[in-house]
Design a protein around this ligand. Structure first.
Ligand SMILES: [Zn+2]
Ligand SMILES: [Zn+2]
Length: 364
C-alpha cells in the first residue's frame, strides 16, 4: 500500500510502502481514486503548522468504500465517497447545533490518530500519522466512517475530490458563512484554489460586482473566467483605493481573504464599506498576527469573522455541491488545470507554489 509520507519538514514527500491494518469499530477502508494538491498540505511540509511526523498528507479526496468495520451505518461497500477533513461525532454541542466543522467530540485523542488513539498505518512496525485522521495521498485509507460522505456515483472522481476542500471552503464561505445577498459587491483576495471558488460562489449568489485581487496576472485571468467582473494586481495597484473606485467610493460589501496572511487579513477590513463584512477564509500559519484597525471597525460598524471549511455541513453540502456541479451552476472542470500520476506528487506541489495551476489533482 503506497502512500506519500512527510518524514521531515522542508523535504519532498516520499512514496513509501506502508503496512495497513483493516478498519476497526466505526471505521472504513476506502480505495482512493483522486486527491487534490492543496496549500494546507504545504503548510505542514514547510513547517507553518508544526505537527508530529512521519505523517501521510492529503485531505482533499474521493474514493470508493471497499471494507467496513463493525457498526458502520452511514455508508456501504461500493459507495462513492468524499472525505471530510473534520470529524462529525453527531452529539457534541457543535454537531447538535449544525456547526459540524467545529465538532469537539473527539478532542481527547490526537487528530492524526484514530479515535482509539492508535494508528492504522505503520512503517517497519512504527506508527505513521494520518493528516486530519485521513491522509489521502494514499492508495487506500482506513479512517473513521464519520469522515466520509456518500455522493452520487456519476460525479467524476476529480470533481468529487476537490469538493472535499477547496470547493467546499470557497463556495461555502460565500453561501453558507457570509450569506452574500444578490446585488452585493464582493472583493476576493487571492485567486488560488480557494479564492477561485469564492469568486464562483459570489457569482452563484448573484453578486453584482466581483473584484478579484492577486499578485499574478495569470491567476487574475482565471478569476475572470470564473465570474470576476474586475481584477486588481496588488503588485502594481493600490487595492483599497481601486475597490473604492469600483464601488461608488464606499468599499466592498463583502471581502474574503483567501490567502490567510497578516497583511491580507488587515486588507480585507480596510477594503470593506462601513457596515460591511470581512471574512477570513485561507488558513494562516499558527504564528500569524494581523494589524487590524479597531477604530475603523467601531466607527464603521465593520464585521470581521473567520470561516473554517466554508462553514459547510459536509453530510449535506457535499451532495449540494455535486448537484450544482453536474447541473453546470458551478464550474469544476475549469478549476482542474492539471492531473498528475501519484509518482508526480512533488511536481504537483512545485507547480502549486509557482501559481501556474488553478488546481492540480492526483488520479490513482
Ligand atoms: Zn485543502
Ligand atoms: Zn461533534
Amino acid at each position: 500500500m503506497r502512500a506519500a509520507v512527510l518524514t521531515e519538514v522542508n523535504k519532498p514527500l516520499q512514496l513509501l510502502d506502508l503496512e495497513q491494518e483493516g478498519p476497526k469499530e466505526g471505521e472504513v477502508r476506502v480505495e482512493v481514486k483522486a486527491a487534490g494538491v492543496c496549500m494546507s498540505d504545504y503548510h505542514i511540509m514547510n513547517g507553518d503548522w508544526p505537527l508530529p511526523l512521519p505523517m501521510v498528507l492529503g485531505h482533499e479526496a474521493a474514493g470508493v468504500v471497499v471494507e467496513l468495520g463493525p457498526g458502520v451505518k452511514n455508508v456501504k461497500k461500493g459507495d462513492h465517497v468524499i472525505f471530510s477533513f473534520r470529524p462529525h461525532c453527531g452529539h457534541c454541542r457543535y454537531c447538535s447545533t449544525g456547526r459540524t466543522v467545529l465538532c469537539s467530540g473527539h478532542n481527547d485523542t490526537p487528530r492524526w490518530r484514530m479515535h482509539d488513539g492508535t494508528a492504522r498505518v505503520k512503517l517497519n512496525g512504527e506508527p505513521v500519522n494520518q493528516m486530519a485522521r485521513i491522509g489521502t495521498f494514499s492508495e487506500f485509507v482506513v479512517c473513521p466512517a464519520e469522515q466520509v460522505v456518500a455522493v452520487r456515483n456519476d460525479l467524476p472522481w476529480t470533481h468529487a475530490a476537490i469538493i472535499g476542500c477547496s470547493v467546499a471552503t470557497g463556495v461555502g464561505a460565500v453561501v453558507r458563512h457570509a450569506n452574500v445577498e444578490a446585488g452585493s459587491s464582493v472583493l476576493v483576495v487571492g485567486c488560488g484554489g480557494v479564492g477561485l471558488n469564492v469568486v464562483q460562489g459570489a457569482k452563484l449568489a448573484g453578486a453584482k460586482t466581483i473584484i478579484a485581487c492577486d499578485l499574478l496576472d495569470n491567476k487574475l485571468g482565471y478569476a475572470r473566467e470564473f465570474g470576476a467582473t474586475h481584477t486588481i494586481n496588488a503588485k502594481t495597484e493600490d487595492v483599497v483605493k481601486r475597490v473604492q473606485e469600483l464601488t461608488d467610493g464606499f468599499g466592498a460589501d463583502y471581502a474574503f481573504d483567501a490567502i490567510g496572511g497578516e497583511k491580507t487579513a488587515a486588507l480585507v477590513v480596510d477594503a470593506i464599506a462601513a457596515g460591511g463584512h470581512a471574512v477570513l477564509v485561507g488558513i494562516p500559519a499558527f504564528s500569524a498576527r494581523a494589524p487590524i484597525s479597531p477604530s475603523a471597525m467601531v466607527y464603521g460598524e465593520k464585521k470581521l469573522t473567520g470561516t473554517y471549511y466554508g462553514s459547510i455541513r459536509p453530510a449535506i453540502d457535499f451532495g449540494v455541491l455535486a448537484d450544482l456541479d453536474l447541473s453546470k451552476r458551478i464550474d469544476l472542470d475549469s478549476l482542474i488545470s492539471r492531473t498528475y500520476k501519484f509518482d508526480e506528487i512533488n511536481e504537483g506541489f512545485q507547480l502549486l507554489m509557482s501559481g501556474s495551476v488553478a488546481r492540480g489533482v492526483i488520479t490513482f
